[in-house]
Design a protein around this ligand. Structure first.
Ligand code: GRF
Length: 189
């Protein structure tokens, strides 16, 4: 059984999808062993309702050190699912190849510091892009720069607002995240 630690900052709908896919076997032989949040959020409540151990480590400079001290020894994969703090270089190097993230754009477009949540969708809408989507990728010290595991796309329709894009991106995320996690688990050393 593989042990997955999930980091969240928000509503945790992707976390819910991961929990459900572990339970249904869509992500086989894996469980969410711990959920860590960097702020009070509904993601923590979802984890508690599922009977998963949770921890709240307030965001700040020493977040990564504190996180390092609570990640259990037997952890196979760390999954960022709507997690907004930036992890330190030491942490990302220590867990290289074992941390993945989902980003709400077709990286390398609309990634990097400041490009999160609604900022991404507003920028995509303002640029008149013809398509958008989501990316599952490995996490390295460079924000949103790690190797891409997979992407899912959709066509942007005339009149689509940033809110419309957010909904469509979420739906793509629910499709590709389980597969991204399966692939990451399969290539773990
Ligand atoms: C997702 O769109 C994810 O790509 C981004 O934050 C959002 C989190 O949504 N990083 P949720 O908390 O999983 O509902």
């Amino acid at each position: 059984m593989k042990n997955i630690v999930v980091l969240v900052s928000g509503s945790g709908s992707n976390l819910q999808r991961i929990i459900d896919c572990c339970a249904s076997g869509e992500i086989p032989n894996a469980r969410v062993s711990l959920v860590v949040a960097d702020r009070e959020c509904y993601g923590l409540e979802r984890a508690e309702m599922a009977g998963i151990k949770t921890m709240l480590i307030k965001r700040g400079k020493d977040f990564s050190d504190k996180l390092d001290s609570v990640v259990p020894e037997n952890t196979d994969l760390i999954v960022l699912a709507g997690f907004l703090s930036i992890l330190s270089q030491e942490f990302t190097q220590k867990f290289e190849g074992k941390i993945i993230n989902i980003h709400p754009s077709l990286l390398p477009k609309y990634g990097g510091k400041g490009m999160w949540g609604h900022y991404v969708h507003e920028a995509v809408a303002a640029a008149g892009e013809k398509e958008s989507g989501a990316t599952v990728h490995f996490v390295t010290a460079g924000v949103d720069e790690g190797e891409i595991i997979l992407q899912g796309k959709f066509d942007i329709m005339p009149g689509d607002t940033a809110e419309d894009l957010a909904k469509k991106v979420h739906s793509v995320e629910y499709d590709i995240f389980p597969e991204g996690i399966r692939r990451a688990l399969a290539i773990l050393k």
